[in-house]
Design a protein around this ligand. Structure first.
Ligand SMILES: [Zn+2]
Length: 226
């Protein structure tokens, strides 16, 4: 995790620092190595949230767009007795989950049911080839004449990224990197995907606008394409 409590203050890891997990109270040790992103680990066991995934630089860059007070917000699940930690949660209760790895459908359903008011932002660069296949299969012309742009696409890749995320009930934004498309950083909202024909529709949504809307508690405006 990015934060632990040291002297009751939420701090980032530094070498040889001990802290306390703000969510479960366990002792935490700073992990400041060369390969993984610097993070806090529970001393005695796995992360207290069974849904937690190891963080990448991609996670951290996204979290940094939002206030520290909104990051790693925990809540208790009365149904299962588990604790869950939202990557980012606004004071109004809107959750953003940044997902690097694929997950089972049951977990996706459980997380959506738990957070209710949420969106997924998916790391489209986890597999090297996905971005290239997405680019190859994307229609160059938008399918709509006006309003926010939507494009049709044919999924040419071997991975199940589109198939898996088409099962989500909450809105899914693919992050294929800031260099993709016109130069202005964009996210791709999954409007629909048909696994049999491998055809789908995505909307284009500026990354800046998404962040701005969330920061201004205007997340109910996101996105107006569909
Ligand atoms: Zn903990």
């Amino acid at each position: 995790m990015r934060f632990a409590l040291v002297d009751n203050v939420k701090v980032e890891p530094q070498p040889k620092l001990h802290g306390v997990c703000p969510h479960c109270g366990e002792v935490m040790i700073s992990k400041c190595g060369r390969t993984k992103v610097w993070h806090w680990a529970h001393k005695s066991r796995e992360v207290c949230d069974p849904w937690w995934e190891n963080e990448t630089v991609w996670h951290r860059n996204w979290k940094n767009k939002f206030p520290v007070d909104w990051q790693e917000i925990s809540a208790f699940d009365d149904m299962t007795g588990e604790r869950h930690i939202a990557d980012v949660k606004t004071p109004d209760g809107f959750t953003i989950e940044f997902q690097h790895s694929p997950m089972r459908l049951e977990e996706m359903r459980a997380r959506e049911a738990f957070y209710k008011n949420m969106i997924w932002i998916v790391d489209g660069l986890r597999n090297d080839l996905d971005v290239n296949y997405f680019n190859m299969g994307l229609s160059r012309k938008p399918i709509n004449a006006d309003g926010p742009q939507a494009h049709s696409f044919k999924w040419l890749g071997k991975s199940r990224i589109m198939h898996n995320w088409s099962e989500a009930n909450s809105r899914v934004f693919f992050d294929f990197g800031d260099e993709f498309y016109t130069g202005k950083p964009m996210l791709w909202v999954l409007v629909g995907f048909e696994p049999k024909s491998k055809q789908g529709i995505v909307g284009v949504y500026p990354k800046d606008l998404l962040i701005e809307n969330i920061l201004n508690n205007k997340w109910c405006d996101i996105p107006s394409i569909v």
